[in-house]
Structure formats: structure tokens, C-alpha cells
Design a protein around this ligand. Structure first.
Ligand code: PMP
Length: 461
């Protein structure tokens, strides 16, 4: 055992690390000018659903370390799976070779995904999983002699990762506008954002006119659309925009009617977040291509997967000379450490009946959120399973937004941090995305910190 550090030694270590961070790191989605003026919170270790910083302070991991942690941190079965794999091999390639860990992972995966999805193409991030889905859809039609089908439809406000292809099918203006000249053209359908309907309509009278607009795109481009890309049930990164019931099913019907493929991006929604293993299950939908990452490894290691059907797989079969091969692959595709921990995580889902235990937690979270829903500066609380967005508004009646420079979401998160809860907002939306392992008491503490943060911030801005 090493001696615990004294307070002075801890502080000294923190300062040294903070200075080095400021000197060398460039943080994602972070205005570095602001960052360089702040003392960074440095995570040093974790226990269960708590993250612990260099000064020994503990925080509830309120957004699952960016939406990926599932069972908590330092879960013995998962730690052991990584250690056991390390004793065998850390990495070997899937290009022209097989590996025990990736085979076992694929086999286990098939117990969890909808049955028609029989093939898995591994990669290492949500963005790469989406790139692969786009390219598979495109090449599938090229190979089938349906070369005119090369256009894509996606949904405004969608987010599918930060590589050029996944940004092309994305639709978040703030992130994506500047890159527009680099992107391929995509048909963007209106967002199913009922609280601020872009079509100025309301359910049920609208009869889901936003889905009708998708249909209009298909009708205007007969034989041209290869695939529709959508985040099923919840558009996460645009502020936890929850879709009306029946929306996804309607998209599935439209794709079928117009001969296009449906790509469901389950990177955020997958692995229990919405209350079922995958969001598509709630609408009885089976996509032609399904992407996952984040929670696939329980949030331990970067592993991603693009799942597809035997029919699409078969389009790529042919002789070597036919060049029907899918010429795509990432060095760390199907990394054995990632696969081993993914397999262990998926077994936990089965052995501990994790999905069956979710309704009680989801209900506890809903109950805790009720007072926030009535708050004069909360426009809407959107919850789907354990995914929650609390949209803050200046004026509830007029749905008036807080101005961008006020950073109200960020300020609420800073207040919550003082109470031992770590969150990351999306603009004026405070996001809660707890690990599935959070207890009801911890969920209540999480919401209590958000409530007092919302009270404090909205009283002063
Ligand atoms: N798709 C969705 C729906 C996501 O929410 C995200 C990440 N937030 C991604 C794709 C990209 O995943 P990654 O960051 O692993 O590339």
C-alpha cells in the first residue's frame, strides 16, 4: 500500500497536473480561452457511480462520463475481464485474422439485438460506426445495380459524430454550419421537436406533419434515396428531443414503401438508456443498419459496432476480382480488450436482469423531476427512460430562450458541481443521463442538485 498523500502534497500534485494540462491539452467541444482561465477539475479515480478528483472530492457521475458508463466504475466483473484479456493479448487485427475476443463478443451481441441483425462490423467510435453505416448503405445499392440510390435523408437537429460523413448527416447548426462546404448534400427533414415545432403545429391535430415532410422528400426523389439516418426515440445532442410515439415506426414504413434503408443510430440510446436494451424495440422497429458505441463496453473502452442484415451482407459477396469487398477498416477494429469488456458487460445485462430493474429507477427519476416541471423557468422536462433534458426558459408562457452568452445551462451545472454532482449541459438544456446502476436515492440526490442549481441561477440571471 502506498501512503495516502497529505493535503499539501495533494494540492501540489493537483497544481502540477493543472499547469501541464493548460500547457499541452486541447479539450473537445471546449472554448480553450475560458478553459485556460479556470482551475480544471481533474478526475483521478472512481468508485461505483462516483468520480473522485485530485483533491479527493467525490461527485455523482450525472451524465455517465459522456453517456457511456452503464454499471458504474470499477465494476469487479468488468475490471477482471480486462485483466484476463491483458493476460492473453491486448490487440490483434481483424484484417484477415480472427480473434477469440471479437468472436465471443459478436456471439453475445446477437443475444441482445433484434434477430434480423445478424452481422457486425466493429470499429472504435460512434462516429466511425455511422461512417460505416453510410458507406455500407451506399455501396449496397451500387453493388445491386441500383446506382442512382446515393442520396441520404436525415433529421434536423440530429447528431451522429464529428467526422465529415457523420457531420454530413448531422443537423446541429452550431456545430456543423462552418463545415458545410466540406460536407456531402443531405436532405434534412424537420425536427420532431413538439415543444418548439418548426412547422408551427401541435399534436394530435398535426398528425405528425414532420413525418409527412420526410415522405415528401422521398416522393420528390423517387429511386434516389439510399437511406434515412435517425437517432431513435431521442435526439440526444440537440437537447434530448423526444420523438412522439409512432414517429420511428412511421419512418420505417416510409423507408419500406420507397425502397430505402433505415439506419438507426443507437450510439446514445442503446444499452438500456431509454428503458429497453435498444430504443427501436419500443416502436417494434428493426432497422437495416444499427450503430452502437458508448455503452457497448459498459463505458470502459472505445469499441463500436455497425450491425446489419444478411441481405445487405450478401450484396458484398463475390469473387476477389469482382472487387465487391467493403474496403474499409480501422486499425483498432474489434480490439480484444474492448471486445472482452463488452462481452462481460452484456453478460451483466443478462445475469443481473438489468433491463427488468429499470422501470423502478425510471419512475423514481420521474417522481423526483415533478417539481422541476412546475418551475417558472423550466419550459419542458423531457424524459425517456434514464435520458432527461430540462429546458430552461426566461419566460415560460412565451417559451422565451435565455441568451446564448448567459450560458445558463453551464451555470446550473457549476452550481450542481458545488453540491457534488457532475453534469454537462447542451446550451440551455440541462442533461441528466445517469448510469443504469444509479440507485433511487442517488437519482434523487442528482435531481435535488439540479433543482437547487436551477433555483440559484434563474434567480440571478
Ligand atoms: N451518434 C450519437 C447519437 C451520439 O450521441 C454520439 C456521441 N454523443 C455519436 C454518434 C458519436 O459518438 P463518438 O463520440 O463515440 O464518435
Amino acid at each position: 500500500m502506498t501512503e495516502p498523500l497529505t493535503d499539501a502534497a495533494r494540492l501540489e500534485r493537483h497544481r502540477r497536473l493543472a499547469a501541464a494540462d493548460h500547457r499541452h491539452l486541447w479539450h473537445p467541444f471546449t472554448q480553450m480561452q475560458d478553459w485556460l482561465e479556470e482551475d480544471p477539475l481533474i478526475i483521478d479515480r472512481a468508485e461505483g457511480v462516483e468520480l473522485i478528483d485530485t483533491l479527493g472530492r467525490r461527485y455523482l457521475d450525472g451524465v455517465s462520463s459522456l453517456w457511456c458508463n452503464v454499471h458504474g466504475h470499477r465494476v469487479p466483473a468488468l475490471d477482471e475481464a480486462v485483466r484476463a484479456q491483458l493476460d492473453r493479448v491486448a490487440h490483434s487485427t481483424l484484417l484477415g485474422l480472427a480473434s477469440t475476443a471479437s468472436i465471443e463478443c459478436a456471439e453475445e451481441l446477437m443475444r441482445h439485438v433484434p434477430a434480423p441483425l445478424t452481422r457486425v462490423f466493429f470499429s472504435d467510435a460512434g462516429a466511425t460506426a455511422v461512417e460505416i453505416a453510410i458507406k455500407l448503405a451506399y455501396q449496397h445499392f451500387q453493388l445491386r445495380g441500383d446506382g442512382e440510390r446515393k442520396e441520404f435523408v436525415s433529421i434536423a437537429g440530429g447528431y451522429h459524430g464529428d467526422t465529415i460523413g457523420s457531420v454530413s448527416v448531422g443537423g446541429i447548426d452550431l456545430f456543423h454550419r462552418i463545415f458545410k462546404p466540406l460536407l456531402f448534400d443531405v436532405h434534412h427533414a424537420p425536427q420532431p421537436y413538439c415543444y418548439r415545432c418548426p412547422l408551427g403545429k401541435a399534436l394530435p391535430a398535426c398528425a405528425m406533419a414532420c413525418a409527412g415532410e420526410v415522405e415528401a422528400i422521398f416522393a420528390a426523389r423517387p429511386g434516389k434515396i439510399a437511406a434515412l439516418v435517425v437517432e431513435p426515440l431521442v435526439q440526444g445532442a440537440d437537447g434530448m428531443i423526444t420523438q412522439p410515439p409512432g414517429y420511428l415506426r412511421r419512418l420505417r414504413e416510409l423507408c419500406d414503401r420507397h425502397g430505402a434503408l433505415l439506419v438507426c443510430d443507437e450510439v446514445a440510446t442503446g444499452w438500456g438508456r431509454t428503458g429497453t436494451t435498444f430504443a427501436v424495440e419500443q416502436e417494434g422497429v428493426v432497422p437495416d443498419l444499427m450503430t452502437m458505441a458508448k455503452g457497448l463496453t459498459g463505458g470502459y473502452l472505445p469499441l463500436a459496432a455497425t450491425l446489419t442484415t444478411e441481405a445487405i451482407f450478401e450484396s458484398f459477396l463475390g469473387t476477389f476480382e469482382s472487387k465487391r469487398t467493403f474496403f474499409h477498416g480501422h486499425t483498432y477494429a474489434g480490439n480484444p480488450l474492448g471486445c472482452a469488456v463488452a462481452t462481460a458487460s452484456m453478460r451483466l445485462f443478462r445475469d443481473h436482469r438489468i433491463i427488468e430493474g429499470l422501470p423502478a429507477r425510471i419512475e423514481a427519476l420521474r417522481r423526483a423531476l415533478v417539481p422541476l416541471d412546475a418551475h417558472p423557468h423550466v419550459g419542458e422536462v423531457r424524459q425517456r427512460g434514464l435520458m432527461v433534458g430540462v429546458e430552461l426558459v426566461r419566460d415560460r408562457g412565451r417559451k422565451a430562450e435565455y441568451e446564448y452568452p448567459l450560458r445558463v445551462g453551464h451555470q446550473v451545472c457549476l452550481e450542481a458541481r458545488r453540491q457534488g454532482v457532475l453534469l454537462r449541459p447542451l446550451g440551455n438544456v440541462v442533461v441528466l443521463m445517469p448510469p443504469l446502476a444509479m440507485t433511487e436515492a442517488q437519482l434523487e440526490a442528482l435531481v435535488a442538485a439540479v433543482r437547487s442549481g436551477v433555483d440559484a441561477v434563474t434567480a440571478r440571471v
